[in-house]
Design a protein around this ligand. Structure first.
Ligand SMILES: [Zn+2]
Length: 396
């Protein structure tokens, strides 16, 4: 049932993280696509093309709406990431870039969203209170933002499909984790991570998904949709040891094995700064609330400890990664103190760990806030730099 790598190639040990040697598999050869930008819609994985290099997903609508000058949300950064990947840094060739051919269907979006909320958004009739929570002002009621929001879901879904097929793929947007079932929040309107998860589970492409949210802000919308997951942590493992450290671990309590009622197929892990937005946190399967000002060493140690532990106990078929760069020390909204090097090391650590477990990972951009869009784009591009390296080192 699972569209996973096939073959018998041993994964290579990466140069960072807790890499373990594990059976890695390669994708079957399928028909090549000759288009300069590869179109690929919401169809089954049987029509996915073969790839010779890391697949990168982009849609022109990612940066289409113009926000008022000085608006805090860096709408233009997604196009900038795409441009710099191809033209500035020349890290990616045009034939590595995939574009979703279609927007997600209504039934797909309704797998996680409320019909009345979706209708109001589609028709530009969201009430003032809901519009305020989202933060895009009158632009929220424009068709161009509706299209952009849905293109982001399509892009995240496509990235996940490519990751399932090839082991690793990266988006140039995505990670709208503050969107709830019936309302938006914090520049997020529809939840691309949740829709992607539910679509792939419904299709039977995966049985279990880990939503790995390392944005500086808690993934409250995602957590609210997928509450009550079952989690069993091995006793006395990393979770228990983290409690001794500077992190607050919720809802694990004393760190012994905990079992929660509810779904067993989706695990939401949010590692965020506890004092950052949102003030009222939701319960993820596992929340790790970090103190203000945390620096590289402690931050990386936290991720390095918790991620292998969850991959071991939960064994997801896919990791959907929200790689928010608002953990950076210069970010305008985040309160952590992660350096450029720390950011790159985090991406290498996350990708290397998942691939070493033989678990496909789809990288999404997440949040990041800076008035210099080139600088901000390059922070996001740490994800692609790490992915290009891991693609090579894991023999994908
Ligand atoms: Zn954020």
């Amino acid at each position: 049932m699972l569209s996973r790598w096939t073959g018998n190639v041993w994964g290579k040990l990466g140069s960072c993280g807790n890499a373990v040697q594990t059976l890695m598999m390669r994708s079957p050869i399928q028909g090549m696509m000759a288009a300069s930008v590869r179109d690929y819609g919401n169809v089954g994985s049987t029509s996915l093309p073969s790839v010779a290099a890391l697949p990168v997903v982009y849609h022109p609508s990612y940066s289409a709406p113009q926000l008022k000058e000085g608006h805090r949300f860096p709408m233009a950064v997604f196009g900038r990431i795409h441009h710099r990947l191809l033209n500035q840094h020349r890290l990616v060739e045009q034939d590595q870039v995939f574009q979703p051919a279609a927007l997600p269907s209504e039934p797909d979006i309704l797998l996680v969203h409320d019909p009345d909320y979706l209708h109001a958004f589609n028709t530009g009739t969201l009430d003032e209170a809901r519009m305020r929570r989202i933060g895009f002002g009158e632009t929220t009621r424009t068709p161009i933002l509706v299209e952009r929001t849905k293109a982001e879901i399509a892009g995240t879904l496509l990235t996940a499909r490519l990751a399932i097929q090839h082991g690793l793929a990266c988006n140039t947007a995505g990670g709208t984790h503050h969107a709830y079932r019936d309302q938006g929040s914090g520049f997020c309107i529809l939840n691309d991570l949740a829709v992607t998860t539910e679509v792939l589970i419904q299709e039977g492409k995966v049985n279990k998904v880990l939503i790995l949210d390392l944005d500086v802000h808690q993934g409250d919308g995602t957590a609210s949709m997928i509450k009550g997951s079952i989690m069993v942590m091995p006793q006395g493992d990393g979770t228990a040891s983290m409690i001794k450290g500077p992190c607050m671990v919720l809802p694990q309590g004393d760190g012994t094995a905990s079992i929660f009622q509810g779904r067993s197929d989706v695990f939401t892990l949010s590692v965020h700064c506890e004092s950052n937005f949102p003030a009222r946190k939701q319960k993820s399967t596992l929340d790790i609330g970090l103190p203000d000002g945390m620096q590289d060493k402690e931050y990386l140690a936290t991720v390095a400890e918790v991620l292998p532990s969850i991959l071991t106990s939960f064994r997801p078929d896919l990791v959907l990664y929200d790689a928010g760069v608002d953990i950076h020390e210069a970010d305008h909204l985040g309160k952590l103190q992660i350096s450029d090097e720390g950011l790159l090391r985090r991406e290498l650590l996350v990708l290397d760990t998942c691939l070493s477990f033989g678990i496909p990972i789809a990288g999404n951009i997440g949040g990041g806030y800076d008035s210099d869009l080139d600088v901000l784009a390059d922070r996001h591009i740490c994800l692609h730099r790490a992915a290009l390296r891991m693609w090579r080192e894991h023999g994908l």
